[in-house]
Design a protein around this ligand. Structure first.
Ligand SMILES: *[C@@H]1O[C@H](CO)[C@@H](O)[C@H](O)[C@H]1NC(C)=O
Ligand SMILES: *[C@@H]1O[C@H](CO)[C@@H](O)[C@H](O)[C@H]1NC(C)=O
Length: 350
């Protein structure tokens, strides 16, 4: 009996201890990532009051900030919210760009510079606990090439007036060679984004052999010598020949440009008939000498309709060759001398 009582007492005591632990203890509350709970305590007894706070980098909104361990082993509700601190909106650097997802605590902003610019300062910054950025906005400075290399016997003419110690990306210019040197390579040059100038051309001496004369013509020079790059020679033609083409130029390849030629005059290959030449209507025997110059035009007369009217047909002298139109019908000597009034040039015009 005594033993039973003792056993009962003991078991109830044991029971009361274990249930007291189950009923009256709250485990460490599970809080949002941004909410702070001091200490490492894992269990809290019934009635324990805990004051919550926001982690650094977060600011509290709404309360209450205390929670109490209830007899059910759970905690009272809290409406505390901790929102991340906001950093100011960063400005993009001049000639650069800004990359960020947001501007709240712990977020990163990255900076890049436009092509031809390099970054000085930090290329990224993090929004700190106190709402400031970890680094100031960097600067984008233009990449400098320095003065363009100058070829021997040459020069560069920059597109804009620039300071020699301030020749940056995008600066451009044109190379020229001092006469009589000829430029080989690219005339235009530019300071590139890598800080290098585009290729430098070369200036080389070029000469052309003494020029040759042209048939039926003459040159504007008499001495036989070599000529320098870009020098020119004019040609002329002998009497009645016509120059066809421009003067010649000593070219970069050491050769002359294409020579002009002298084109021959033409004689009009009809013995009897009337022509229209320089606005005048002439009998062929009155054209003295029987010759027109290269490029000139002449009309002859053909019979039209049912042989009751005449019309002009134009033809041109081309280097000694003047084609008489097929419709032209040369009259017989008798018709020409006795009945010239019946020729197509004399009757009514179509
Ligand atoms: C900033 O740069 C880092 C490293 O290059 C990259 O991981 C991150 O995604 C970038 N952030 C943004 C917002 O562009
Ligand atoms: C901040 O960001 C880093 C990496 O982006 C992360 O490892 C860290 O846990 C963050 N800290 C907080 C307090 O959010």
């Amino acid at each position: 009996m005594e033993l039973t009582w003792l056993l009962l007492l003991f078991s109830s005591f044991f029971f009361s201890i274990t249930t007291a632990q189950d009923d009256e203890v709250c485990s460490r509350p599970e809080l949002g990532e941004s909410i702070k709970l001091e200490g490492l305590q894992r269990y809290f007894s019934f009635g324990a009051v805990v004051v919550l706070a926001c982690k650094p980098g977060y600011t509290p909104v709404q309360g209450p900030r205390t929670i109490v361990c209830k007899d059910t082993g759970t905690w009272t509700d809290t409406k505390l919210k901790c929102i991340p601190v906001q950093c100011s909106y960063p400005d993009p650097p001049h000639n650069g760009q800004l990359h960020y997802e947001n501007t709240q605590y712990n977020s990163t902003v990255n900076y890049t510079c436009d092509e031809g610019y390099f970054l000085t300062g930090a290329s990224s910054a993090v929004c700190l606990v106190d709402g400031t950025w970890s680094a100031p906005e960097p600067q984008c400075k233009p990449i400098s090439c320095g003065p363009a290399p100058i070829p021997q016997f040459g020069m560069i003419i920059y597109d804009k007036i620039i300071k020699v110690n301030n020749i940056n990306y995008g600066t451009s210019g044109t190379y020229k060679c001092h006469p009589p040197f000829a430029l080989f390579g690219k005339e235009r040059a530019e300071c590139t984004a890598t800080g290098q100038w585009t290729e430098t051309p070369q200036c080389k001496e070029v000469s052309c052999p003494p020029p040759e004369n042209i048939e039926n013509g003459f040159m504007s020079i008499s001495q036989k010598r070599d000529f320098a790059y870009t020098e020119t020679i004019k040609y002329g033609c002998n009497d009645d020949y016509v120059l066809d083409g421009p003067h010649i130029v000593c070219e970069k390849n050491g050769e002359w440009s294409q020579k002009p030629s002298c084109k021959a005059p033409c004689s009009i290959g009809i013995k009897r008939g009337r022509i229209l030449y320089k606005g005048r209507k002439l009998w062929i025997e009155d054209l003295k000498p029987n010759q027109v110059l290269h490029g000139e035009t002449v009309s002859v007369y053909c019979m039209g309709g049912d042989s009751n009217c005449g019309y002009e047909v134009l033809t041109q002298c081309l280097d000694g060759n003047l084609q008489i139109p097929e419709c032209f019908d040369e009259p017989s000597a008798a018709q020409y001398s006795l009945d010239s009034g019946s020729l197509p040039s004399e009757i009514q015009q179509c």
